[in-house]
Design a protein around this ligand. Structure first.
Ligand code: NIG
Ligand code: FE
Length: 391
């Protein structure tokens, strides 16, 4: 059934004050006087309508919070020191292995609902806190179940090369061998949409990541990379070499990496929550990314260690205040460019005919308010696949 949404405004399209959706798809945008062939009308009370928000980088399925590490860092310990002492990702791996499917599902669902309530209609969720076959499978199955149960589109990313599990201590190459054996199995069970890795001095080398990417390519799976977060490793250029959908974090990215990403069409995913929580002082090279026209996305990086963030709009604020993005760039970062970072730019992230009818109608005076308010809820109505959330 076709629905006319009217009495609305769209950023950058001053002549549009009405949208027609047909089932889960946008059919038409234009001036209300030209609207034809619809069965029901929905008055949006002069709202500003944006595409549904896209959170293209999260780790929101995990076993337990790590608030005590927050405390340790305030006392002066670094993220790398805590990781090397057995905390960090390894601590979450242990908790995630011990958790049941049901408890992982329930805690992740509560977090995901908070993102949804903030206007998110598409989210990427990574595995990577299991690091053995049953636990990675458990995480990925939880992700698939969330997608079935909740009104949100979910992409599942396998992040097996996240940290070296204790069983493989001092044997990273043997661990990568194992990762390359297990990826085809998980893929055959239709549990993964993309492959990610953590390229860092406390994680995996570019050569090890390249082995994982070779394996992903054989499976025709797109790749993404946690790159240049704590140091310059050449991860941006490596991601570009594999035509990665995105390279994420990027605080230490250099000009050669930016140029390579521009050439490959790899999106730069900015994660200001992790930058903020780790009290980093070196920001990603925003001017270079602009200069080379690398599309910039913004994501929550929702995870228990470095970014316990449940508001993508707060991340938009931080991208503006900490990284100096404009509100328009921030909006593109959680819509069009977020979609591109997930390989979904042909179907979602824009208000245009043929695109997903995922939209948010915000009751605000100025679109910059999406970035301006610090947290809290903005009055809005979320439309997912053409259906408005129950009030
Ligand atoms: O994106 N950089 C690695 N992965 C996560 C942190 C995971 C953790 O500390 O639990 C990130 O920041
Ligand atoms: Fe991450």
């Amino acid at each position: 059934m076709a629905t006319l949404w009217h009495n609305l405004q769209v950023v950058g399209q001053p002549k549009v004050n009405a949208i027609i959706t047909d089932g889960p798809t946008i059919r038409w945008l234009g001036a209300i006087d030209d609207a034809r062939d619809y069965q029901q009308r929905h008055d949006l009370a002069h709202a500003w309508v944006t595409p549904g928000l896209i959170d293209c980088h999260t780790h929101l399925v995990f076993g337990a919070q790590r608030a005590h590490e927050f405390d340790l860092r305030l006392q002066g310990q670094s993220y790398a020191q805590i990781a090397q002492a057995g905390g960090g990702i390894a601590a979450t791996v242990q908790a995630t292995r011990e958790a049941t499917h049901e408890s992982l599902y329930q805690s992740a669902k509560a977090r995901l609902l908070q993102l949804i309530t903030d206007g998110v209609t598409t989210v990427e969720i990574k595995s990577g806190y299991g690091l053995d076959a049953p636990s990675e499978r458990k995480m990925l199955q939880v992700i698939r179940q969330l997608a079935q149960d909740l009104p949100v589109t979910i992409r599942a990313t396998a992040l097996l090369a996240h940290a070296l599990p204790a069983e493989f201590k001092d044997e990273p190459e043997r661990y990568i061998d194992w990762v390359c054996q297990i990826l085809p199995v998980l893929h055959a069970d239709q549990l993964i949409d993309a492959v990610d890795a953590f390229c860092e001095h406390i994680a995996f080398t570019p050569a090890q990541v390249a082995r994982v990417f070779d394996c992903a390519k054989q499976l025709h799976l797109p790749v993404k990379l946690h790159a240049e977060q704590l140091s310059l490793q050449g991860g941006g250029a490596l991601a570009a070499r594999y035509q990665a959908l995105s390279a994420d974090h990027l605080e230490y990215l250099d000009e050669a990496g930016v140029a390579a990403m521009a050439k490959a069409g790899t999106v730069a995913v900015l994660l200001p929550g992790a930058y903020y929580l780790l009290r980093e002082t070196k920001a990603p090279p925003i001017e270079l990314l602009r200069h080379y026209q690398v599309p910039m996305a913004i994501a929550s990086d929702c995870n228990p260690g470095t970014s316990p963030s449940l508001s993508l709009r707060l991340m938009m604020n931080m991208a503006c205040t900490l990284f100096r993005l404009t509100p328009a760039e921030a909006l593109a970062g959680v819509t069009e460019h977020g979609a591109r970072a997930l390989g979904m730019s042909a179907t979602t992230g824009r208000l245009a005919p043929g695109f997903a009818a995922d939209m948010v109608a915000w009751q605000i005076d100025d679109p910059a308010e999406l970035c301006y308010w610090l947290g809290g809820q903005l009055p809005h109505q979320r439309v997912y696949q053409g259906v408005c959330d129950a009030a």
